[in-house]
Write a protein that binds this ligand. Sequence first.
Ligand code: C5P
Length: 234
Amino acid sequence: MQVFVILPAAGLGTRMAGPQPKQFLALGGIPILIHSLRTFAAVPRVTSMYVAVRKQETERVESQISEFGFAGRVHVVEGGEKRQESVANALSALPAQPDDIVLVHDAVRPLIDAATIERTIDAVAETGAAIVGMPAVDTIKQVERTAHGALVTATIPREFVVQAQTPQGFRFGLLQRAFAEATADGFVGTDEASLLERAGIPVAVVHGSQVNLKITQAGDLELAEFYLQQRNRH
Ligand code: C5P
């Protein structure tokens, strides 16, 4: 059984003001994307990694990959307009068998740790599909969007909610089937698990951590620097 990793890194990062997409910003002096690659590369069961980037970023990413010593183990593919397209492009480049495992990880979650990756692989090997999730600590409201903001329509009991993180892992055959069904129906999701859910495939949850944050908006980078310093101190 092989384990492939897909890192969608073709987003524009429009929610964070700045001259370049967030996956290329430096964290502790190293590009955000490289942090994730390093952690996955350190997991012995990982066979190879595929990074989806915008065409104009290909050269930059390829030179970073060789600079940090990943040449041969990391492949660059072209991303798409939507995250789902970026992942689909990487999927079609994988030399995988139906029983192999594919982990998809947001390139903008640089603080993923090896133990969580290992737990996700174990859960996928056992159940076929598993995602990293965090129990909700806030009270969750369902709302209706209005011209002036939002109106609460219901409270969703917290015990029924987890916040989906990545990695999200699947048997290659199941992921391919879910992507094919989504494409046929024109469905676009914000993560891979949503495609399996609508295909009726059960998805298990592995415990995540708040350190595995997604660098999305101003302030997130500073918080990630803090977590990184804490980690390096131990
Ligand atoms: O946009 P979102 O926050 O969901 O982005 C999550 C990840 O998906 C990021 O690493 C981003 O670079 C990637 N992405 C992509 N292709 C897109 C949009 C987002 O690879 N078209």
